[in-house]
Write a protein that binds this ligand. Structure first.
Ligand SMILES: NC(=O)c1ccc[n+]([C@@H]2O[C@H](COP(=O)([O-])OP(=O)(O)OC[C@H]3O[C@@H](n4cnc5c(N)ncnc54)[C@H](OP(=O)(O)O)[C@@H]3O)[C@@H](O)[C@H]2O)c1
Length: 283
């Protein structure tokens, strides 16, 4: 008998085709959850859903931009019709954008001089449109699904929500101001919503992954030949376990936070899964 709390329950995962949430989706399916897989790229979702179904699981791929509230509402209606009401919501959609990152770690007078080296992008050069994109996808991209799917949870009076924070939620890393600002917001919103939804019996928590290589961060942390970039070396120098995380290493924390039977008194927390990054002073 499958005694998992996820067995037969509906879990909605945004950013399901991504590095971390595709692995979480497979694990929840293995534990018997019926999955709605949301993201913008249909092919990634279809392929994940096919794998899950091949292993005997249930998965419904739904192309949906989490910033489009009408599309998220349509997804909610489809999920309710095809799988049943959402009981677990995982807000994995998010991330950074190359154009919202500075190429330098601190200001130098060169940035404002005509002799600025080509390709240099300091804070004063940042395109505010790209800055806004990153803030929106990580903040409103979490808020909108919480508002739309959260109704199902609040109506039933149980279930839980898992958001994705970051090491940037605690202290901003150099070069990523929009992402850092947004992920600090995710922690605040997680706390806020946990208090708001407590009377409904709905718990809201977050994980804060340390450094897990994904398609985007690979370009920053690694060199083209697969070695470590200077930033990658710097990250590992501040990560006591001295390596990047593997997506499967998030599963324990994520499943535990979602599970009412094991973490029923845990709400409003953000749990770091970071190889010791936050504990290290780096000295
Ligand atoms: N990897 C890390 O080291 C790390 C560290 C800290 C926090 N995180 C956070 O953990 C979460 C997952 O990260 P990851 O490494 O798995 O990143 P990832 O591989 O880039 O996955 C993110 C997923 O979000 C989807 N997405 C982006 N914008 C979307 C939108 N507007 N609507 C719907 N889906 C959208 C993307 O798919 P489409 O483009 O197809 O929509 C992608 O599948 C993110 O919130 C990230 O910020 C990651």
């Amino acid at each position: 008998m499958n005694e998992s709390c996820f067995n037969g329950k509906v879990a909605v995962i945004t950013g399901a085709g991504g590095t971390l949430c595709s692995v979480l989706a497979r694990e929840l399916a293995r534990q018997g959850a019926k999955l709605a897989l949301l993201g913008r790229t249909g092919a990634a979702l279809e392929s994940l859903a096919a794998d899950i179904r091949q292993d005997g699981g249930t998965a419904l791929p739904l192309v949906c931009d989490v910033l489009d509230a009408a599309a998220v509402e349509r997804a909610r209606e489809t999920v309710a019709l095809e799988l049943g009401a959402c009981q677990f919501l995982i807000n994995g959609a998010g991330g950074n954008q190359a154009d919202a990152i500075t190429t330098v770690t601190e200001f130098s007078a060169l940035e404002l001089s005509p002799g600025k080296p080509a390709g240099t992008r300091g804070f004063f050069d940042l395109d505010l449109g790209r800055f806004d994109d990153v803030v929106r996808v990580n903040t409103l991209g979490t808020v909108i699904p919480c508002q739309i799917f959260g109704r199902d949870l609040a109506r039933r009076g149980r279930g839980s929500i898992l958001n994705f924070a970051s090491m940037n939620s605690y202290r901003p890393l150099t070069r990523v101001p929009a992402y850092a600002m947004a992920k600090a917001g995710v922690v605040s919103f997680t706390q806020w919503l946990s208090v708001y939804l407590a009377p409904a019996g709905v718990r809201v928590n977050a994980v804060a992954p340390g450094f897990f290589v994904n398609e985007r961060s690979r370009k920053i942390l690694m060199t083209p030949d697969g070695g470590l970039s200077a930033r990658g070396q710097n990250v590992l120098a501040h990560t006591p376990l001295n390596r990047f995380g593997e997506a499967r290493e998030l599963l324990g924390a994520a499943c535990w936070l979602l599970d009412d039977t094991r973490a029923g008194f845990v709400t409003g927390v953000t749990l770091p899964v970071d190889g010791g990054f936050l504990a290290s002073s780096g000295i």
